[in-house]
Design a protein around this ligand. Structure first.
Ligand SMILES: Cc1cc2nc3c(=O)[nH]c(=O)nc-3n(C[C@H](O)[C@H](O)[C@H](O)COP(=O)(O)OP(=O)(O)OC[C@H]3O[C@@H](n4cnc5c(N)ncnc54)[C@H](O)[C@@H]3O)c2cc1C
Length: 505
């Protein structure tokens, strides 16, 4: 450290860490014109395919954020999987399950494989469009907090600067400095015996049409082509006593032994890492004015491809709430962040543990896609932000993800619901006769009508919206900025909607 500067700018939010979680949070704040700084200890973007599975729910988030076209262009949806058993039998998998195909309520039915650095790139570009930027080479060293805010010491090129902010969000990964200094325990286990070599390597002699996997008594081996690059992601389970060396020679030897093929040649890895099973959950997501999100709050096995997705959705949940509170909403709104997101991490850890156990036992990974990993059934039923007057047995309740619907006629032509709700605002779907004129101007009102007369009206031309929302002729549905249902009133109680909105922001 060569010097010290102090700047007390009282900015609303300091985000630590520009991985997918921090970048998503920054985009969420930037598009709402909330001032923030996003600091990143590394001097430039991270490489490596790491979190290469983007799940359908995250694709919806990216659709809302305006980066979906880029993510789809650089990725591949429903990557075919070719699995070779120890006896040489080949099974193909990875198809979109029939139950998820051609659904009006689900725009993205399967995960997209794309390198994590591509996802980060898309988010960074969007952040730049919104006028924000990552401060590379700037590391959080320490912080202290009071009732008024946080004072953080940020070091860049050996120069320390004191940054004042109202809120500090630690998106700084599994080794989170923020979590440690906030005194938040990271409970769980490290299983040194469960390891995996992961690397990005160019490969000769193997088609890029599918994710190739081999089951072998030594352990699982996978080579997944990374769309929009010339490399594959190499993944090999390393049992105790096996060589965990990250050299090309060791990877080539593992490949030949487990695949039984010597016609496939690996090139020098462009990026490599030895992954160890570290399965942990922060015992709370908030300490005063400090929040945790992403890997800083939860880490687990990559089996099931959930980690990055969960972090992005943490940020998507926290972003609009931080913006609302900065603009004057009751700070209690922020209590719902941990209440809604920590139970999701508990489920994700259980799911990835089950998948990891299966992968270890079967020395391979499941090739059939099912609904358990796509994150569309995440819900916040029971949250303080969820209110409805529906029966327990109703299929759609407050707290659920607001389903999409296609074939809606508007004055601008045919649209789907997600086209109309894009942009991170509250939306009130008005199925009834009630006039919704009294809701605040920031709330977008979409009225379902028989005959189109004006803007903000929709005709449910094929009844797909009705099928998804099962409304009465008075139903009002309030959709949160992050796409979950805040309120359903089949009684058409607009004053209840207004009261609930006032409490949220
Ligand atoms: C082999 C492997 C495969 C995976 N596969 C998948 C998958 O298919 N799907 C999936 O969803 N997830 C997957 N994951 C998990 C995924 O990579 C992580 O969950 C994801 O990167 C977490 O994002 P994050 O932004 O929370 O943290 P990170 O990406 O770890 O980013 C944290 C950032 O904070 C920065 N930082 C740290 N300390 C400081 C400091 N003091 N000051 C400033 N900056 C700091 C770091 O430099 C880093 O850039 C996989 C992970 C691995 C290892």
């Amino acid at each position: 450290m060569t010097g010290q500067q102090t700047k007390r700018d009282g900015m609303p939010v300091l985000i630590v860490g520009a991985g997918p979680t921090g970048l998503t949070l920054a985009c969420e704040l930037a598009r709402r014109n909330i001032a923030f700084r996003l600091i990143e200890a590394s001097v430039g973007p991270q490489m490596g395919s790491r979190g290469m599975g983007v799940q359908p729910r995250t694709l919806e988030v990216f659709d809302d954020l305006g980066i979906i076209d880029r993510v789809l262009a650089y990725g591949r949806m429903a990557m075919p999987i070719r699995s070779t058993a120890p006896d040489g039998r080949v099974t193909m998998g990875g198809d979109i399950p029939e139950i998820l195909k051609d659904r009006s309520d689900i725009p993205y039915p399967a995960s997209v494989i794309t390198p994590e650095w591509r996802t980060e790139e898309a988010l960074r570009l969007q952040l730049a469009e919104l006028g924000g930027a990552v401060e590379f080479g700037s590391a959080l060293q320490s912080f202290e907090q009071s009732d008024e805010g946080v004072l953080a010491v940020v070091v860049k090129n050996g120069v320390a600067e004191t940054v004042a902010a109202r809120w500090l969000v630690g998106c700084d990964g599994g080794h989170s400095t923020v979590r440690k200094q906030a005194g938040i325990a990271f409970e769980g286990e490290t299983r040194e015996e469960v390891r995996m070599i992961v690397a990005d390597v160019a490969v000769d002699g193997l088609g890029r049409d599918a994710w190739s996997m081999w089951q072998h008594e030594d352990g699982f081996l996978g080579l997944c082509p990374q769309p929009s690059t010339d490399v594959f992601s190499f993944q090999a389970a390393i049992a105790p006593g096996q060589n965990a060396d990250l050299s090309l020679a060791n990877m080539q030897a593992i490949l030949e032994r487990r695949s039984g093929r010597n016609d496939i040649r690996l090139h020098e890895p462009q990026w490599s890492s030895l992954w160890r099973a570290n399965i942990r959950l922060a015992n709370r997501y908030r300490e005063g004015r400090v929040f945790l999100a992403g890997d800083a709050a939860h880490i687990h096995a990559p089996a099931g491809g959930q980690g990055m997705n969960t972090g992005i959705q943490d940020a998507y949940n926290l972003g609009w709430k931080l913006a609302a509170v900065t603009r004057g909403a009751a700070p209690a709104l922020l209590d719902s962040y941990e209440a809604e997101r920590r139970p999701v991490a508990v489920s994700v850890i259980a799911l990835s543990n089950a998948r990891l156990k299966q992968a270890i036992e079967e020395k391979g990974i499941p090739i059939r896609r099912d609904a358990s990993t796509i994150q569309l059934d995440i819900n916040y039923r029971g949250s303080t932000l969820a209110r409805d007057d529906r029966d327990e047995s109703a299929a759609l309740r407050a707290g659920d993800r607001a389903p999409d619907a296609t074939k809606l006629m508007t004055v601008d032509g045919e649209r789907r619901l997600f086209d109309l709700t894009r942009g991170g605002r509250f939306t009130l779907l008005n199925f009834g006769a009630t006039s919704a004129e009294t809701v605040p101007a920031e709330v977008r009102v979409l009225s379902v009508v028989r005959n189109l007369k004006g803007r903000n009206e929709i005709v449910d031309s094929e009844g797909l919206l009705t099928r998804a929302y099962d409304p009465s002729d008075r139903t009002l549905v309030l959709i949160r900025p992050d796409g979950y249902i805040a309120m359903i009133t089949d009684a058409g109680d607009l004053s209840a909607v207004s009261r609930h909105l006032a409490a949220m922001g």
